[in-house]
Design a protein around this ligand. Sequence first.
Ligand code: NAD
Length: 299
Amino acid sequence: MKTILVTGGAGHVGSHIIEQLVKNPNNKVISLDNYFNGRIENHITGAEYREGHTKDIDKLIPETPDIIFHLGEYARIAPSFDDIEQVFDMNTVGTFAVIEFCKKRKVGKLVYAASSTKFATNGQERFANPYSFTKANNVDLINSYGEWCKKNSNPDFEFNYAICYFYNAFGPREKGDGKYGTLIAKYQDIYLNGGNFTVNKPGTQKRNFTYVGDLARGMILTAEKGHGNGYTLNNKKAYSIIEIAESFGGPIEYKDGYPGRQDSGDTSTQDKARTELGWETTVDILDYIKDFIAKHPRK
Ligand SMILES: NC(=O)c1ccc[n+]([C@@H]2O[C@H](COP(=O)([O-])OP(=O)(O)OC[C@H]3O[C@@H](n4cnc5c(N)ncnc54)[C@H](O)[C@@H]3O)[C@@H](O)[C@H]2O)c1
């Protein structure tokens, strides 16, 4: 029996990881989520849900997990400018506690859900907003702990970790409403309820939208076979926001807003997940949208 902790298990990607993990009867799956953006509707039968902040992990998780999938962080770019205090509390303070927990309890493996934003704009995007800043810093911290544990701080414990990089997730259980809603679910709501498809100018900014089930499978494969940094989980095809809005049929309304990075940076050499783990994407965003439209024809 393996004890597996998923932080952020009531969130979008975390719920898909849990869904895949509970299929194996040898997994005891626990979620730790503070419900900042998590939802009870995302709960999966077969997992145990505990409510709390990762900074209290030591108190809330008396078990010693074999694996921790660490996704429980503040996870949105544009609103992070307004939420700096929460971003640092949830991502910096919380993640530090998760890493210390791994060291203290000798957790078998930590698998971290990093953000691909740090690769954009020739690596400068990590400084572009509070969210990307904390995510990139956490990657540095985890890699550094790996080195420190090897060298001297805890000679009887080698910090076993792997880092996955996600690109814009889409798929079932994505939330479109509210401050933390994400693009594809927002556009699905607009498609169903009417209105303009708002696009932050210029709209030519591109994203490698990646299917959430593929991200979850990639993270689980990384837990099984991966070591260290660099498991980028990306759909190789990138689409502009205009192309996405057009694929829903429009009409488009351009507005001033935070467009974020122009693209995800050069992903052509980032093939560790594919070559080492045999991972690949299975669903392209344009096919997903076509399928959605076919199921919900406009009257
Ligand atoms: N969705 C993406 O496109 C994307 C891209 C790159 C990286 N990521 C990373 O993947 C992870 C999951 O993203 P998501 O889109 O599913 O976001 P999400 O907001 O749906 O899920 C995150 C979950 O973590 C919980 N949470 C936040 N801080 C916490 C804390 N300190 N302690 C306990 N729970 C906490 C939230 O309540 C939420 O349920 C995040 O770490 C995010 O940074 C996501």
